[in-house]
Design a protein. Structure first.
Length: 194
């Protein structure tokens, strides 16, 4: 009974944060609402006895991915939204896809309710942190290393793309400063000669 109450509480919080994420026009507010969705999903995973997935949800999604999203939002420096009249047909497409998603949700709910209930044995180690760690670093070591190299390449690419190779404003300031100093020295030398 308590698990059902917690599930509906966290599910309601996730839905409220998702609606808030879509509703806000400010991108940073939407990102903060998305963090709320990730945290509530993590709490749902804890109630479902999946602590590893809950920890990964907090560390990876609510932590690293959201820092990346906020960094991109601040790097792009988006201005105020301008109304786009040429994309009004997307409202109808979005509404149709939303109805399709709602129908799919009801179908999944119907299929889950009709499925037979199987009891879960407490001795099984599937989904436990120890078994996942052993599998990742023994049986699946090569894919884990490949993902690590890909993430390193993405970090290096992000640094290279955000760095400016030429800095014309700084060189322009330095050039103007040097010209001004040369003119002052020439004027000072001219005044001393008189």
């Amino acid at each position: 009974m308590a698990s059902d109450v917690l599930f509906f509480l966290f599910a309601g919080f996730a839905i409220a944060c998702a609606v808030s994420m879509v509703y806000h026009k400010n991108q940073l507010y939407s990102a903060i609402s998305l963090v709320g969705v990730f945290i509530s999903l993590s709490c749902i995973y804890v109630t479902l006895a999946a602590p590893f997935i809950a920890a990964v949800q907090i560390l990876i999604y609510a932590g690293a991915i959201m820092v990346l999203v906020v960094f991109v939002i601040m790097l792009l420096n988006l201005d105020e939204d301008r109304p786009l009249n040429r994309l009004r047909f997307l409202y109808a497409v979005g509404g149709g896809l939303g109805l399709l998603l709602l129908a799919q949700t009801f179908f999944i709910f119907y299929a889950v309710m009709r499925a037979p209930n199987h009891s879960v044995e407490a001795n099984e180690s599937v989904g436990k942190t120890l078994s996942i760690g052993q599998a990742m670093y023994t049986e699946y070591l090569l894919p884990v290393e490949i993902v690590g190299v890909l993430l390193l390449m993405a970090i290096i690419g992000g640094v290279v793309l955000s760095r400016r190779l030429t800095q014309p404003q700084i060189t322009l300031v330095v050039d103007n400063e040097m010209k001004q100093r040369n003119e002052e020295e020439a004027n000072d030398g001219f005044r001393i000669a008189h």
